[in-house]
Design a protein around this ligand. Structure first.
Ligand SMILES: Cc1cc2nc3c(=O)[nH]c(=O)nc-3n(C[C@H](O)[C@H](O)[C@H](O)COP(=O)(O)OP(=O)(O)OC[C@H]3O[C@@H](n4cnc5c(N)ncnc54)[C@H](O)[C@@H]3O)c2cc1C
Length: 347
């Protein structure tokens, strides 16, 4: 690994690190003909709807140039497969229509992925860099003796990828010589595939024999009318400065006026002002909305790691020297308890 370039033009730029060949395990040789390339994308879904991040992952897969197959699993798979079949770039949809795949337990999904990869001969296997993708793909990579490449934001060619490291403060260029590339994709770095008029073929696959050591017991899903934080077009986030649960309501009111999602800094989450599912940053959600409004947030690098790719950033902070203003396109210096209610009312 060596540092190939370092830019210092502000917090929205990165050091670039190049690391060659992360193949620790396999001596299977390189794919050297584009004609042999083909991709398999694991499609996430909930309530019979494709997870939006999978649309970005499918787009990333089309960049390799070869045919793209999509795997849909679970008891709602058939309905979701019909939607996936109408997506641009998808040549074939493979369906594992079996309730055993509900809840996406890694120990069950990884062997399925391995079986489908073998059948399709896919050279690239991709999933979103979501909690599901991050669970399943490492296990799948281990099964096929490959090295996973995580959280890619750019595809340079069929074996070279760019990914952020050090909380997004450096970009690493990774070249893999594994025969089968196992990749998780940062959804905010790629557009979504469009729909097409025709439908690609859908084919069934059977579940491989697996003996699971874990059982799915249940889940508590937090329901809300607001858009999903990770894919929202507008995000309004509050920081430590809101001071209380009641103070955080100021943030929620502005988000509701704008039809946006609510986010938070870790300090606000740790202080108990809001739920930890709202945390944006290195250890929270990565977002890149059209508009991100940071209110009473200082702009620590761990927070910036989760939102600095937002298209327009607005910061409201009483300290004009706060680092958040270095990444902000628009800044308002003042007390949030005065500015935000006024802004909400005027909107
Ligand atoms: C390993 C690790 C991982 C982390 N992961 C994350 C992460 O994922 N996400 C994250 O957010 N943080 C993360 N952190 C924490 C991060 O370092 C910061 O501590 C945190 O982001 C600070 O939150 P804050 O900006 O809300 O609070 P502060 O840094 O305390 O900033 C509060 C800001 O509010 C302003 N302010 C105060 N009163 C007012 C007012 N009345 N009106 C307007 N402005 C006001 C202040 O000027 C200040 O800029 C992580 C830290 C570590 C070590």
């Amino acid at each position: 690994m060596f540092l190939s370039a370092t830019k210092s033009t502000g917090l929205r730029s990165f050091a670039r690190i190049t690391s060659q060949s992360i193949n620790f395990s396999s001596a299977l040789g390189r794919v050297n003909s584009r004609a042999l390339l083909s991709s398999l994308v694991y499609v996430e879904h909930k309530n019979k709807i494709i997870d939006p991040a999978s649309l970005n992952t499918l787009y990333a897969a089309t960049k390799f140039g070869g045919p793209v197959s999509a795997l849909v699993a679970g008891s709602d798979a058939q309905q979701v497969a019909a939607q996936v079949a109408q997506l641009e770039g998808v040549e074939k949809v493979i369906v594992a229509n079996n309730p055993v795949f509900d809840h996406e337990r890694a120990e069950i999904m990884a062997p399925l992925l391995a079986a489908v990869q073998k059948n399709t001969n896919a050279t690239h296997v991709l999933a979103s860099h979501s909690s599901v993708g991050k669970r399943i793909l490492p296990r799948f990579a281990a099964l096929i003796d490959s090295q996973q490449i995580s959280d890619i934001i750019e595809i340079q060619n069929e074996s070279t990828f760019v990914r952020p490291i050090y909380a997004g403060n450096a970009l690493e260029t990774v070249q893999s010589s594994d025969q089968i590339k196992v990749i998780t994709v940062r959804s905010t770095a790629f557009p979504q595939v469009a729909t097409k008029d025709s439908a690609s073929p859908i084919e069934d696959t059977s579940a491989p024999e697996v003996s699971a050591k874990s059982n799915w017991v249940g889940e508590e899903v937090i329901k809300g009318d607001r858009p999903d934080l990770a894919s929202a077009k507008i995000v309004v986030s509050g920081g430590r400065a809101v001071k209380s649960v009641e103070g955080f309501e100021i943030i929620q009111k502005l988000a509701d006026k704008l039809g946006g999602a609510v986010g938070a800094s870790r300090a606000a989450v740790d202080a108990g002002y809001c739920d930890n599912s709202l945390q944006v940053g290195q250890t929270g959600k990565i977002v890149a909305p059209n508009l991100y409004i940071a209110i009473g947030i200082s702009g620590a690098i761990q927070h910036l790691a989760g939102m600095k790719d937002s298209k327009v950033i607005v910061a409201i902070n009483k300290d004009a020297d706060s680092p958040i203003f270095q990444v902000a396109d628009y800044g308002l210096v003042g007390d949030l308890f005065t500015i935000v209610p006024e802004l909400t009312e005027k909107i």
